[in-house]
Design a protein around this ligand. Sequence first.
Ligand SMILES: [Zn+2]
Length: 191
Amino acid sequence: MRTGFPDFRLGSVLATSFTGTLSERHGNAVERIPTPHRLVDWLKVYDLAVASCTSAQLELARELRESIHVAATAAALQETLPASAVQVINDRSAQGRAAAVLTPEGERRWRLSPASCVEDALGVIAADAISVIAGERDGRLALCASPTCLAAFFDTSRSRTRRWCDMNTCGNRQKKARFNANQRKDPGSAE
Ligand SMILES: [Zn+2]
């Protein structure tokens, strides 16, 4: 693993994992795809390997990311989707040329051709965002309960009561903060 970069937060939902490449949006924001190369690395983790990425393509990716974030947040709050965000998501979806393929195990995968470019990978991410925001998938869009995060995430838990975008980071931090607050309130109790 390369050092000098913050680690990726890996989730099971492509679109919201992608928006998670900018974390702590309401605190000290951490950019996890600071360079084109880092975007290539991230795409590879999600089976969307591309040969190269330019600075302009990284900008396209970030524009898509922020559009998904805005649209998913609106959807979670049951507000009207901002037209500009919808436009960007649709443009990226329309420009992608990945193929949906069926695996022998009966799962759907996206296949990029060997000549695939960043635009094709972004098309897959945009399509994933569309299926989540449109409510086609089994789950619920919600906002992370951490005040420095507020990321939109897709809750697929059976009870639909997940509170944090990521248990290992936001969830743990909140639990610790609550524990410390309780300790201060009542030094005799460890909850
Ligand atoms: Zn969070």
